[in-house]
Design a protein around this ligand. Structure first.
Ligand SMILES: Cc1cc2nc3c(=O)[nH]c(=O)nc-3n(C[C@H](O)[C@H](O)[C@H](O)COP(=O)(O)OP(=O)(O)OC[C@H]3O[C@@H](n4cnc5c(N)ncnc54)[C@H](O)[C@@H]3O)c2cc1C
Length: 340
């Protein structure tokens, strides 16, 4: 393995554990590093974060750089960016990735602007490939292709930053597969004393209040989602009944949220949550690209729609052409009948 030009992932942690989106990004980083034949490293910053290093190795990293200091106890963008920029300048990774969590979205642009490198936010895929600059005819090989929807989701753009290092991207939560956890970790844990002082802290955290989400759609094995085609809030309740019968969660399109059928936190798609349940039942959903972006990786998709030409059928494994108001009660009854 080459030592230079590594693929790095910023590992966010909360409540003494690594957050899942960082591990999802790590899984993708392993693929990229394998294609480049370089090491993949996790970057941990915080106060007592060395205890998390083993876990990062168990999810595929070959190295973990630990930046540990009491000054990094609470996440603060200025001091974290300073510590990370120093590390990046000294080790010169080829690629630096973070999950597009609130913290990742806060931190990555600060690092990118301090290092004067490009950054693509909210990527939905990453690949290693080539790019030719048509003006200069210069060819760049083994660069990071940063893929994300653009122009309101109407195109999927591939963005490159071929001339600067590291190539930086934040990655949407829930899109990349969680890598498998191995039982015993093998790899290097490197403690790098961060060059930070108390004076670098510009803000003081007085109190931290964690408000958990009321719904955790990402953890749901079964999702029953509804769209504008459900017609009314009362009809939407049918989906809650089906979700309840199947032991799943209910979700929605933006049109259903805008119509007031359900809260925004249940919205799946480009500007909502990305999910990959084992089963996704889409009722009265047309299948706009912005919705598909958040659910098309589901294990099995069943679509119920009155319009046989609805785009949702292009991603569905099973399609039912019919009125969801008739079909959903039948599904509930059939399931109840079969399960008794
Ligand atoms: C920048 C941007 C971001 C966006 N982000 C998101 C996002 O995160 N998530 C999202 O979902 N959308 C998003 N959208 C909106 C997206 O473009 C669509 O407008 C939206 O997904 C459509 O929702 P829908 O399928 O519920 O409604 P519609 O497109 O109106 O489709 C309703 C469907 O229901 C069917 N239908 C009607 N009556 C019945 C019935 N009785 N039984 C069965 N089927 C019936 C119709 O045939 C139709 O196919 C975004 C748009 C933009 C521009």
């Amino acid at each position: 393995m080459e030592q230079e030009g590594e693929v790095w992932v910023y590992i966010q942690h909360q409540g003494k554990d690594v957050v899942e989106p960082s591990l999802e990004v790590l899984g993708k980083a392993c693929e990229l590093a394998a294609a480049l034949k370089v090491s993949v490293a996790g970057i941990l910053a915080g106060e007592k974060v060395d205890v998390l290093a083993e876990k990062v190795l168990m999810y595929g990293a070959q190295k973990v750089y630990v930046l540990q200091s009491r000054h990094l106890e609470a996440y603060s963008p200025v001091i974290y960016a300073k510590a990370l920029c120093k590390l990046i300048r000294s080790k010169r990774p080829a690629i630096f990735l973070t999950a597009a969590t609130l913290q990742g979205r806060d931190l990555a642009p600060r690092i990118a602007s301090a290092l004067r490198v490009g950054l693509t936010a909210d990527c939905t895929d990453l690949k290693i490939g080539s790019y030719t600059d048509h003006k200069t005819r210069q060819e760049y090989n083994n660069i990071l292709l940063q893929i994300r929807p653009a122009w309101g989701g109407n195109i999927i753009a591939t963005i490159v930053s071929p001339q600067t290092r590291p190539q930086m991207a934040t990655i949407r939560e829930g899109i990349m597969k969680m890598p498998p956890q191995v039982r015993s970790s093998r790899g290097e844990i490197m403690h790098i004393p961060p060059d930070v002082q108390a004076g670098d802290i510009k803000t003081t955290v007085l109190k931290r209040i964690l408000t958990g989400r009321r719904v955790n759609l990402k953890a749901a094995g079964i999702i029953v989602a509804g769209g504008a085609g459900m017609g009314t809030k009362d009809n939407f309740d049918l989906l809650r009944q089906l979700a309840h019968a199947l032991g799943g969660e209910v979700a929605a399109t933006r049109a259903a949220v805008d119509a007031g059928f359900i809260d925004h936190e249940y919205q799946v798609g480009q500007t909502g949550i990305s999910v990959r349940p084992k089963l996704y039942i889409a009722c009265g959903i047309s299948g706009a690209v912005q919705h598909l972006a958040g659910m098309q990786e589901s294990g099995k998709i069943i679509a119920v729609n009155t319009d046989p030409d609805a785009p949702i059928f292009s991603v569905a494994h099973y399609g039912i052409i019919g009125d969801a108001k008739d079909v959903v009660p039948k599904l509930i009854n059939t399931y109840r009948h079969l399960s008794h």
